[in-house]
Design a protein around this ligand. Structure first.
Ligand SMILES: Nc1ncnc2c1ncn2[C@@H]1O[C@H](COP(=O)(O)OP(=O)(O)O)[C@@H](O)[C@H]1O
Ligand SMILES: [Mg+2]
Length: 459
């Protein structure tokens, strides 16, 4: 069942129940009041007649001759009858009333119960009050006061059907209002649904829900939905760019390798030295390619959200180890280091090693042979601090925000080291995030660069 219909039905039910309750209360109160007013009138008339008759009887007037003096009341609504001890009619105010309302006499019993309601032969209800007549302490007859409930009954019936009709109309109006109100609210939900469907069909993450309503819950939902589309669009574009960049980067070495292989294949008798050169070229390209592929693999793992088991590791010894390894194959640049003992962090040993190599490798690549590199490991405010500073080519201020992007390389970096891939820092950034750390970059073109990495300490 659609929400709109459900909301309308609920509204209808709620409104209907409240109406029914209110109407019943009003109806029964009104009914009670009407009947009570009738009974009161009956009581007044009958006691007036009783007094009058008693007075006349005391004067010696016989029961057949007494004057009831209620002539003004002998119209259709009321009648008063005087009856003897055996229920025989002695006098009556109006024959018209009895003619209009013939009722079977058996129903009236004279046992002194005050009010009785009987139904005449036409189905009209008649209220009767019976008062005994006494003379000298003995009962000599009865006064029967009759009152037709016809007009009260009819007016109550009219009242009942009027309110039922009116509330029916009210419910219909309320339902129509609820139906349109639900439409007014739900079209916004509908809009989100339609946009989502359109996006699913077209894979076009540039679409947004155009929302102009108030900033209520649905407005917030729309906002969140659009934000989700923003990040989806960004992720989708990044993924696409990554794939095309990766293919592009892989094609360059493959082309070189293929060209060189073609030369070797076609020219059978090239000098030995040239042959060596070509083979060396191929070897270098293959090395570059395997590095690229292993970097891509790291990033693919990062994207797949691989979870690493973290242990307590000694940052000091890891850094020292990496520095020793680095110095073995890189002797041109002077590396100075100052490492505090026993700096313990939570982490994955291999990832932290990879992190250090990425930064040291960059510093070495982008620093001229006469330059210097400083490595420092310390503790500061419950954080481990790794500082790697060089006197290299530096990074232009405006380019710093991009260096962590995949495949991003500055102009001067391309010149200085054509073999780079532009993936190192994006892997480093992921490793830092994975360890809940953060990084600060300070750099000045042609003066040097400083990376400061903060990692949470174990203690
Ligand atoms: N120590 C550094 N000195 C100067 N530039 C750097 C340094 N480290 C990184 N960069 C800049 O950041 C870019 C991205 O670095 P990276 O991701 O390691 O890729 P790659 O080293 O393969 O170019 C480099 O191309 C370079 O422009
Ligand atoms: Mg690098």
């Amino acid at each position: 069942m659609p929400i709109r219909l459900r909301l309308t039905l609920w509204n209808c039910l709620l409104f209907g129940s409240i109406m029914a309750l209110v109407i019943s209360i009003i109806y029964y109160t009104h009914k009670q009041a009407s009947y009570e007013a009738g009974d009161k009138m009956l009581t007044n008339i009958s006691s007036h007649v009783q007094e009058e008759i008693t007075r006349q009887l005391k004067k010696g007037t016989p029961l057949e001759k007494v004057n009831m003096s209620v002539d003004s009341l002998t119209i259709n609504e009321y009648a008063v009858m005087i009856k003897g001890k055996k229920d025989e009619l002695i006098q009556t105010t109006s024959h018209l009333f009895l003619k209009n309302h013939p009722f079977s006499k058996e129903k009236v019993f004279l046992d002194g119960s005050e009010f009785q309601t009987v139904t005449d032969k036409n189905g009209i209800r008649i209220r009767i009050k019976i008062n005994p007549i006494y003379l000298d302490q003995s009962k000599i007859g009865y006064i029967e006061t009759l009152y037709s409930l016809d007009s009260i009954d009819r007016s109550l019936k009219r009242f009942k059907w009027t309110v039922i009709g009116l509330s029916g109309i009210g419910i219909i109006i309320a339902s129509i209002a609820a139906w349109f109100l639900a439409k007014k609210t739900l079209w916004r939900v509908d809009l989100i649904g339609k946009t989502a469907k359109a996006i699913t069909a077209s894979q076009d993450f540039e679409q947004r829900v155009l929302y102009t309503g108030p900033p209520d819950e649905l407005g917030q939902l729309t906002g969140t939905f659009n934000q989700m589309l923003d990040s989806l669009e960004k992720a989708y574009k990044n993924q696409k760019r990554f794939l095309s960049d990766a293919s592009h980067e892989l094609r360059a070495p493959l082309t070189t390798i293929r060209g060189n292989l073609d030369i070797l294949h076609k020219m059978k008798n090239i000098p030995e030295s040239e042959r060596e050169e070509i083979l060396e070229d191929i070897r270098n390209e293959v090395i570059r390619m395997s590095k690229l592929v292993s970097d891509l693999l790291s990033l693919a793992r990062a994207d797949a959200g691989q979870i690493y088991q973290k242990n307590i590791i000694n940052l000091s010894t890891i850094t020292t180890e990496v520095l020793v390894e680095m110095e073995l194959w890189e002797k041109a640049v002077l590396i100075e280091s100052k490492i505090k003992d026993q700096v313990m962090v939570w982490g994955d040993q291999d990832l932290i090693k990879q992190l250090l190599i990425i930064f040291l490798d960059n510093s070495i690549q982008y620093t001229n042979p006469k330059g210097r590199i400083y490595v420092m490991v310390t503790e500061e405010k419950k954080q481990a601090v790794i500082q790697i500073k060089d006197t290299g080519i530096g990074i232009p201020m405006e380019k710093i925000p991009y260096i962590f992007d995949r495949f991003y390389r500055t102009e001067s970096a391309r010149k200085q080291s054509p073999d780079g891939t532009g993936l190192g820092l994006s892997i480093a950034k992921w490793i830092i995030d994975e360890h809940q750390g953060r990084i600060v970059v300070n750099s000045k073109l042609e003066e040097g660069t400083e990376f400061i990495i903060y990692l949470p300490l174990v203690y």
